[in-house]
Design a protein around this ligand. Sequence first.
Ligand code: 2HA
Ligand code: ZN
Length: 271
Amino acid sequence: MKDIFTAPFVEEMKKMTANMYRLGWDERNGGNISYMLENDLVAEYLDPTQVIRTIPIGFEAKSLVGKIFIVTGTGKYFKNVMDDPETNLGIIRIAEDGCTAELLWGYKDGGKFTSELPAHLMSHMARLSVDPDNRVVMHCHPTYTLAMNYVHELDEKKFTHTLWEMCTECIVVFPDGIGVLPWMLCGTNSIGEATAAKMKEFRLVVWGMHGIYGVGKNLDEAFGLIETVEKAAQIYMLTAHLPRINTIKDEELKELAEYFGVKYRKDFLNC
Ligand code: 2HA
Ligand code: ZN
């Protein structure tokens, strides 16, 4: 058996959480990540018959039975993952009943997965139904995106359109746009269900006045989506109070999307 501390997925989670912490997107215990792992790869590092303990997940994740995820811990700080991954992360497998998580490694201090596990697992289920390659769900509190929530209408078309106008690459990176939820109580199955419903259509979902969710086939892809939104939101917040002299026009956004061959939300443009 190989040493779990050298596993590529543990290494990736350490680097990603440290990076996101340094960007200021994950203050205190803010943010959470779940990353679906290849069962065969996990078996090189952990004995899959050795379950440390079981933890109820609070709903039924039938289509994820047998799937293994590495997930950030509840109340844990992204800042601390690098130095102590075994306390701040856990590796769980969804048990046969679909309602229980079997802990295979981590949460060493008796802890458990993020309080946002419903939103994560329900989003995994929704994304897998439209994209079988999806593996990552990422949530964080990026500063400018959050700031923008207070001064911009929380309307999917308008929010996406404004961000598309802020950087030339935006419509190419997230042509499918951004889903937007109003403020809702976090940590609940209800916000999980609402997020998952949006995830059938979008790879990015803003939680009004809270943060953002991004998904992808790997950590880089989910991060890259959020990073691009955050950059555009930063440009917006740096310019929103100033007279706008120039903008990327709708015909130009269309030209970009067509040149790069991306399937974009035509109904989010005004032409
Ligand atoms: O886990 O970000 O949404 C802390 C949060 C809750
Ligand atoms: Zn949050």
